[in-house]
Design a protein around this ligand. Structure first.
Ligand code: NAD
Length: 250
């Protein structure tokens, strides 16, 4: 089984790539600028006995996407799984949002995920693989937190896009699903903020990166053979609640 994970040199993507390697996948570990994290993950995956390559591409430039898929096919073989994980998590109040922020989040979170999914599905169809595409969205795609009008809009578009892919690719046996995490503990720098968010998280904790990776493993597996076009929310119940009025400015 062969997988490509975008944005896999850091955070959630890193945990997904590692867990896929531990689960018997050969993994293409995509990164954008620094290869260090991706190379480390490749090394760890190789130690588990699987093949791994790091692949560089700036996903804000659509022209870099097809070449990345060609390289993965040449070096590892045709994909069984694409995880669209790369994303830009930048916030700004609606009145202060500029076109650059809008375009950047659109290009990486939506446009790149669209054309990467298309490349992956073309490969799967060409090789008769009944594979799977998974997108890492956010609970911001349905709940309305403050100052995330662009991020929330783009993640909602991503959810819808995956539903369209699910219905058009069903005839090939290819499934497409979305994971919508809430707060995820990706590293020490955010640990201090944790407890200040608990008032709006019913289970009063953040998810671990391993839990998001476990959800990917499940959705890609035969245990999820009847699941397509679904969005699985992994947010400790946060999207069931609303925030305090002052957070929205009233
Ligand atoms: P992160 O910043 O560690 O990961 C984002 C990845 O996207 C990075 O590896 C980065 O290199 C890549 N990326 C950004 N711009 C790129 C570009 N132009 N070209 C190629 N790659 C690019 O953050 P993370 O928290 O691990 O986020 C991973 C995904 O999970 C994102 O889609 C994010 O929206 C989503 N998410 C995160 C959380 C959270 O609490 N951390 C919650 C919900 C959803």
């Amino acid at each position: 089984m062969i997988a490509l994970v975008t944005g896999a040199g850091t955070g959630i993507g890193k945990a997904i790539a590692l867990k896929l390697g531990e689960s018997g996948y050969d993994v293409a570990v995509h990164y954008n600028s620094s290869s260090q994290g991706a190379d480390e993950i490749c090394e760890q995956i190789r130690k588990k006995g699987q093949r791994a390559i790091s692949v560089k591409a700036d996903l804000s430039d659509t022209s870099s996407i097809a070449g990345m898929f060609d390289r993965v096919e040449e070096e590892l073989g045709a994909l069984d799984l694409l995880v669209n994980n790369a994303g830009i998590t930048k916030t700004a109040p609606f009145l202060e949002t500029d076109e650059n922020l809008f375009d950047l989040i659109y290009k990486v979170d939506v446009k790149a995920a669209y054309f990467a999914s298309q490349c992956a599905c073309k490969q799967m169809v060409k090789h008769g693989k009944k594979g799977s595409i998974i997108a890492i969205s956010s609970n911001h795609s349905k709940a309305h937190f403050a100052n995330v009008s662009v991020y929330g809009t783009m993640k909602a578009a991503l959810n819808k896009m995956m539903e369209h892919i699910a219905i058009e690719m069903a005839k090939y046996g290819i499934r497409a699903n979305t994971i919508a995490p809430g707060w995820v503990d990706t590293g020490a720098s955010r640990l201090d903020e944790k407890e200040t968010t608990y008032y709006k998280i019913p289970l009063k904790k953040w998810a671990t990166v391993e839990e998001i990776a476990d959800t990917v493993i499940f959705l890609a597996s035969d245990s999820a053979a009847s699941i397509t076009g679904a969005t699985l929310t992994v947010d400790n119940g946060a999207s069931l609640m609303c925030d305090k009025g002052e957070k929205y400015g009233f």
